[in-house]
Write a protein that binds this ligand. Structure first.
Ligand code: ZN
Length: 173
């Protein structure tokens, strides 16, 4: 199963032939993703299954697994994020056909008859899966620094649980 991944491919032909790909891609090759990263070392584990569904729609079911090094927005230090992305993409020739797609699919629009670059679709899926505001799970700054204006404190000031309110009502009846 561990064949060398092609750099470029024709997704329509892969779907028609029910082909599968498995392998690793270097993060180094992903320039658009790189601007979100603390460093671009590492590899993405990739599984891609191409097929045509019962309605004739060519699709790709992909699983991409990677540990990214991002910048924490709170302390600005590096933080590791494990990502496991499952994608189900319908392969379509132009925007026009996107309208009629079954709901489970995201469109993978192929602009031309040229081959597509494999790493660019993987890169797109990883960028979509990035957190909007990457932050360490733990309190990565000393308390006096972030308690001043950080909205994370809201958690601790929650009102009494709804169950407490319920039992109070029961007593009244
Ligand atoms: Zn942090």
């Amino acid at each position: 199963m561990h064949q060398k991944l092609p750099q470029e491919l024709d997704p329509f032909r892969y779907a028609q032939n029910g082909l599968e790909l498995e392998g690793e891609l270097q993060l180094l090759s992903m320039n658009r993703l790189a601007k979100y990263l603390h460093n671009d070392e590492g590899v993405v584990d990739i599984t891609m299954k191409f097929d045509v569904d019962e309605t004739g729609t060519p699709y790709m079911r992909g699983q991409f697994q990677v540990t990214l090094s991002l910048n924490c927005e709170r302390c600005t230090q590096a933080m590791d994020l494990e990502l496991k992305v499952d994608s189900l993409l319908a392969i379509v020739k132009s925007e026009i056909k996107v309208e009629g797609l079954a709901e489970q699919y995201e469109p993978w629009v192929i602009d031309t008859n040229d081959l597509v670059i494999l790493s660019s679709v993987v890169e797109d899926e990883l960028i979509l899966a990035l957190p909007l505001v990457p932050r360490h799970d733990h309190d990565c700054l000393p308390e006096e620094v972030w308690s001043a204006g950080d909205d994370l404190n809201v958690e601790e000031e929650k009102p009494a649980s709804p169950f407490a309110v319920l039992s109070a009502l029961k007593v009244k009846n």
